[in-house]
Design a protein around this ligand. Structure first.
Ligand code: MRU
Length: 356
């Protein structure tokens, strides 16, 4: 998608270096950062220079290639794979991508291994881009149906950033919105700010602005009243891990939005590529929920009147804070799962029909 009129993907490989858009600097600064080693890739995932389930999967895949570029020693590659998987716990795409890379590289000799690793990492990214485009095409049909009944601007609420910045391109939740906009359907997006890291305000609103899609940032608690007053036609969110029974783990606050949507009969869709489905865990209680540093809550970053980035403390100095990054929305509150293969019910039967 576009930034200042120029097309980008979120990650690419050039001159032996992996390039990323540093998302900790957006929206105030647009900086392309170099990842030269697997350590750089692990760090970028941990401190969220790259984030969003599909993109951290793509970064981990390139992380394996960077490890091989440093050394073809088996022990080093295996240790790097383990550290990449551990770099963030909740999004299943990370392990999915590392496992796929390691499987591809099994038994490959050292003079071929780098080429094959780079090709597979690119393949993982290309595939994610294609899958997200298909999510858009499949989600567009739902938007069209709702629009054909309403015949005026559709108000779509989204949480966090499940936009192109969270994937390789297109996004998951935003892909149907981009497709609708390209088709001339008038859409307006309610963007949940998404405290504490403000991915909605900092990233979703930013990328929608760049594509000239009307959007309004709202505080995370505003969605409820907007739904009660008929100002939300549908919700679309992304996910970091969806279980085979349709339970959806996503950014903290998603569950409360789904409850409000259910109470107000607002359709609540979750968009995801199949790499985000966890076919193993059966009980949502077993999903590892990331707890991040409480400083993400107590401190806020922004620019001052001289355009200088400043970080300030907003809590009482001695207050304790707790920062859980994800929650789980039970399948019963999810209207449907929009995947690259089509739209399914959020249930084992629904998912089995699409993914035999
Ligand atoms: O902590 P983040 O910013 O990585 O969380 C991202 C989300 O919760 C997204 O909704 C999810 O990864 C889906 S991305 C297409």
């Amino acid at each position: 998608m576009r930034i200042q009129g120029k097309e980008y993907r979120t990650i690419w490989y050039e001159d032996n270096i992996v390039k990323i858009i540093d998302q900790t600097k957006l929206p105030h600064q647009f900086i392309i950062k170099d990842l030269k080693s697997v350590k750089d890739a692990i760090n970028a995932i941990k401190i969220m220079e790259v984030r969003g389930a599909p993109l951290i999967g793509g970064t981990a895949a390139y992380g394996i290639a960077l490890a091989i570029q440093e050394s073809t020693d088996k022990k080093f590659i295996n240790k790097s794979a383990e550290e990449l998987i551990q770099s963030r716990p909740t999004a299943i795409n990370l392990k999915w991508a590392v496992d796929r890379m390691m499987k591809k590289l099994t038994g490959i000799n050292s003079d071929q291994i780098l080429d094959i690793a780079l090709r597979e990492a690119k393949e993982i990214c290309d595939e994610d881009e294609k899958f997200c485009e298909n999510i858009g095409i499949n989600g567009l049909k739902i938007i069209e149906e709702i629009y054909n009944k309403k015949k005026s601007t559709l108000n779509i609420l989204t949480h966090c950033n499940a936009g192109w910045l969270a994937t390789i391109n297109w996004g998951t939740a935003t892909s149907p919105i981009y497709h609708a906009h390209k088709k001339g359907i008038p859409v307006h997006v309610w963007v949940d700010e998404t405290r504490p890291r403000n991915q909605g305000a900092n990233l979703t609103s930013y990328e929608l602005n760049e594509e000239e899609i009307p959007n309004t940032i709202i505080a995370d608690n505003t969605g409820g009243i907007l739904m009660q007053r008929g100002k939300v036609d549908m919700c679309i969110v992304g996910t970091d891990r969806t279980l085979s029974n349709g339970d959806v783990c996503n950014k903290i606050g998603t569950y409360l939005k789904a409850l409000a949507a259910h109470d107000n009969e607002v359709p609540f869709y979750v968009a995801l590529p199949s790499s985000t489905i966890d076919w193993n865990i059966k009980d949502a209680k077993d999903i590892p929920i990331e707890e991040r540093n409480s400083e993400e809550l107590s401190h806020v970053e922004g620019v001052d009147e001289n355009n200088e980035v400043k970080k300030v403390l907003i809590y009482p100095k001695n207050s304790k804070a707790m920062n859980l990054a994800f929650d789980v929305t039970p399948a019963k509150y999810v209207t449907g799962l929009i995947t690259e293969r089509g739209v399914s019910k959020a249930s084992s039967e629904g998912l089995k029909k699409l993914f035999k």
